[in-house]
Structure formats: C-alpha cells, structure tokens
Write a protein that binds this ligand. Structure first.
Ligand SMILES: [Fe+2]
Length: 289
C-alpha cells in the first residue's frame, strides 16, 4: 500500500514538474526577449530556440579558427595508439572505448568516428569549449550553470578519407542517429560548428522546425521523464519517434546545409536525425551542455 502511494506521488511529481518547467522556460525566454529585443545575437538565438528550436549563426568561426579546430581534432585522432583498435574489424561497432593516453573516449563504426571529451585535450579546444555566448544560452535554456561544454568531434566519410583509425565507408549505410528522435524531454542546448561545407550529399543534420514545443509529443516526453525517474513507461523507447511523424513537418524540415565556420544552435527537445552520407566527408565539432 505504502509503495503504491509512493509511486503515485512520484508519478504526479513528474507530471507537475514537466508542465511547470515548460511554462517557466517559455516565461524565461519571453521575458528576456522582451527586455533585450530580437536584433542582437542573444535575442536572435533565444527567439530562434523559442519559435523554431534552432538558429544558425553564419560565419561564427573564422577560416583560421576552423582550421585550428580541425588540426587539434586530427592530431587527437592520429595520436590514438594503434593497439586500441587493432583487435577490431573495419565494420565493427565500437560503442565507447576509453583512450587513457588522450583522456578521450571513442565511438566508431564503418567510415565514421566520434572523439568524445576532446575539450580536455589541450588549451585551444578547452578555450573553444568555454565559449561564453553558448554558456549563457545554455544557462537560460536549462537554468544550469556550466563552466564549459562537452566537445565531440565527429567525422564521417565515404571511404575517401584515408586514415586507418577510421576505416570503411559510411555511404548509404544506416547511422546510429539516423532515426528520428529527441535527446531530452526538457529544454537544453547543443550546438555544432561545421568544419567544412555541408551539402545534401555529405549528409546534413536535420531538425523538424518547431517540434521542441509540439504538444503531440507530450506523451513521449512524459514517458521519457518517467523512465528517467525509474517509473513504468507505456512506450518502450519514448525518445524514438515513428517515421510517420515527419508527415506533419513536410515543409518544415531544416537541413543543416552549412558553410564552413557556421554555428548551429538547437534545443535538444526537438526532433532531429542525421541524414545519410552519400558522397564525400563530413566533419563537425559538437558542443553539449
Ligand atoms: Fe540526437
């Protein structure tokens, strides 16, 4: 009896917390936009997050900054001791392999690799991860103080990138983030900088515009919140969204066809997916908060 009551109380708390947090997020963004306007970068970013769930800053990083970021990421990739990867086949999926020497972890599949926690690898990337503008945005989105973002370098190619640390090819293969999904049931921030020009061919990131406030998804969000609090959920994988859902957003799919140096910020509550790479290579640096 007592346990049942406890579960009931916890369920109600999850429900109340979800709707109150949502209301406070809207209020927070509306108030700040009201006071600072929509013409400055912060106002533009917040208005983008509120109305579409994302915003693009063109040319945010200069060419030399992008080259410097790439150099640091490639240096880390090349310095992974080969004994870590020699036991795997080209097509093996490696979920999370800790590389002690670099203090990073890697995720790899054919033609694709992610280097996680790359912000800990040197002063340059550490400085990039402490981007003040993104820290402020993240604070407003989530009311959580962060000293830096978690940086993840992602590289995907069709076989043309010749490096034995990233063998194989990702072209026309399913990728892990290829299914439509949301990352969090609450508003949070993530961002990426394009480290080269991204077109439809090299698999742009895709986001359903306005989905971060779509009430049709409330059941999924609430189930995800319940799973997070160790409560029973009606949906087994609530963060994965049925492919039919895209029909509601036919003319509202944002494909991140960005120029090198563009910064894309987004609400992690919105529905997104990585479109598959057809040709060439794609390199991105992700910021997570
Ligand atoms: Fe995601």
């Amino acid at each position: 009896m007592f346990i049942k009551l406890k579960i009931l109380f916890k369920s109600k708390l999850v429900l109340i917390n979800f709707f109150v947090s949502e209301w406070l997020w809207k209020l927070r963004l509306n108030l700040i936009i009201f006071f600072i306007g929509k013409k400055n970068n912060l106002g533009k970013a917040l208005n983008g997050l509120k109305t579409k769930g994302y915003y693009v800053f063109h040319g945010y990083f200069s060419n030399s900054e992008v080259e410097q970021i790439k150099k640091n990421c490639h240096d880390q990739l090349n310095s992974i001791p080969s004994n870590y990867l020699s036991k795997y086949n080209n097509d093996d999926y490696i979920e999370n392999l800790e590389i002690k020497e670099n203090n990073i972890s890697i995720e790899r599949m054919s033609g694709s690799i992610k280097l996680k926690r790359i912000n800990d690898t040197g002063n340059y990337l550490k400085k990039i991860s402490q981007n003040f503008f993104l820290l402020i945005l993240s604070f407003i989105q989530q009311c959580k103080i962060a000293k830096r973002g978690l940086l993840i370098f992602s590289l995907t190619h069709d076989g043309s990138f010749k490096n034995n640390k990233v063998p194989g090819s990702a072209s026309n293969k399913d990728n892990l983030a290829g299914r439509m999904h949301f990352d969090t049931y609450y508003h949070s921030l993530k961002a990426y900088v394009a480290l080269e020009d991204i077109t439809q061919e090299n698999g742009p990131f895709a986001y359903l515009e306005g989905s971060s406030t779509d009430q049709l998804l409330n059941k999924n969000y609430l189930c995800s919140a319940r799973v997070n609090r160790n409560l029973k959920s009606d949906i087994e994988t609530p963060h994965e969204i049925s492919e039919n859902f895209i029909n509601n957003y036919k003319d509202k799919i944002f494909y991140g066809n960005q120029k090198k140096g563009d910064l894309v910020i987004m609400d992690t509550k919105g529905i997104h997916f990585a479109s598959s790479l057809k040709k060439g290579q794609r390199e991105l640096l992700w910021f997570y908060y």
